[in-house]
Design a protein around this ligand. Structure first.
Ligand code: TA6
Length: 320
């Protein structure tokens, strides 16, 4: 085939949106537009819920089941630009969680949350649910920190519940070691009154105590200060009771042995330029991260050709 020295001009965002709507748009159920910061945004709107997500990081921005308030927290001062992670929604942490990399220059939470993913499929599953799948493979830029071949696939299934599935496949010839998280920012009415059930008696690493090993007592987790914990050996369903909004959020998971719980609280949040709420007030008061993960000692090693899937399913129930 004749190779040209003049690569095709990069498609404009408008061209990309037009192409994506032509290939994957479904009237009334799925459409793409130019979202915040000029980033390409997918809207999934089955009759039972709505979801917005960016190709940037395959980042779920918001999920709102019919009859309920938005489920996710998204900071009103989040950046929306290539190379920067969005603050809020569901950042995908892969191929490492947090600072789990030997190179201090390596970006926090891996590579994929600041990369543009490709749309692989958008399909109604039934009258109530629509699914979308995004794909990302290794690129030269990332090889500096992670010299491996892999394919990551992220599928969202939007309906009365939000089902998210992150699948990692080793497409290389050597074992692939990775850690991961769906870094879900839940929206709560008041963190002071929220509680988290499901982790009673569970061992955790407390980042605020230099990752000291601790054990959760037989009570729900309550929040009175900076909380940053990697709960270990747990496949438990977590339940966030939110009396301020009169609801509970249930998070079921599969393929995950760790659950990360985080709220920066006032002092650490004050040092974060991108964390505030719709009133440009203290975003930390109305957010709680409950992250479905495989981190710390639960990092995964895949032989060539093997794959692993981790899922999280969120649903909202009235508190009563
Ligand atoms: O998941 C909790 C955590 O690792 C915290 O330690 C804090 O760093 C948070 O993630 C946010 O990280 P980010 O890089 O998104 O600012």
């Amino acid at each position: 085939m004749h190779k040209t020295n003049n690569p095709a001009p990069a498609a404009s965002n408008a061209d990309l949106v037009h192409d994506l709507n032509g290939r994957f748009g479904r009237p009334g159920v799925a459409h793409f537009d130019i979202g915040p910061g000029g980033l390409t945004c997918l809207h999934l709107t089955p009759p039972t819920a709505s979801l917005r997500m960016l190709l940037h990081g395959a980042h779920v921005l918001q999920y709102q089941p019919a009859g309920h308030q938005p489920v996710l927290f998204v900071s009103h001062s989040s950046p929306y630009e290539p190379g920067k992670p969005v603050r809020g929604g569901v950042p995908i942490c892969l191929p490492w969680f947090g600072g789990e990399h030997t190179d201090p220059q390596a970006p926090m939470h891996g590579l994929v949350r600041t990369r543009a993913w490709e749309v692989a499929a958008v399909e109604p599953l039934d009258a109530h649910t629509v699914a979308a799948t995004f794909v990302l493979t290794a690129d030269e830029q990332g090889r500096r920190f992670y010299p491996h071949d892999y394919e990551a696939r992220f599928t969202v299934r939007v309906g009365p519940m939000l089902h998210m599935a992150l699948r990692m496949r080793n497409t290389g010839r050597t074992p692939l070691r990775f850690s991961e998280a769906l870094h879900t920012y839940l929206r709560v009415g008041d963190i002071h009154r929220a509680t988290l059930r499901g982790l009673e008696g569970t061992e955790y690493l407390d980042k605020t105590l230099d990752f000291a090993r601790c054990t959760q007592d037989q009570q729900p987790v309550t929040f009175t200060g900076e909380t940053d914990r990697v709960y270990l050996h747990t496949r438990a369903t977590c339940v966030v009771d939110d009396p301020a909004l009169g609801r509970r959020i249930v998070i079921d998971k599969t393929g995950s042995d760790a659950t990360v719980v985080w709220n920066p609280w006032q002092q650490r949040a004050a040092a974060m330029a991108d964390l505030d709420d719709e009133d440009h007030e203290d975003g930390w008061r109305t957010m709680l991260c409950v992250e479905t993960a495989n981190a710390a000692e639960h990092a995964i090693t895949l032989p060539p050709g093997a794959e692993h899937e981790m899922t999280a399913t969120l649903r909202v129930e009235p508190l009563g």
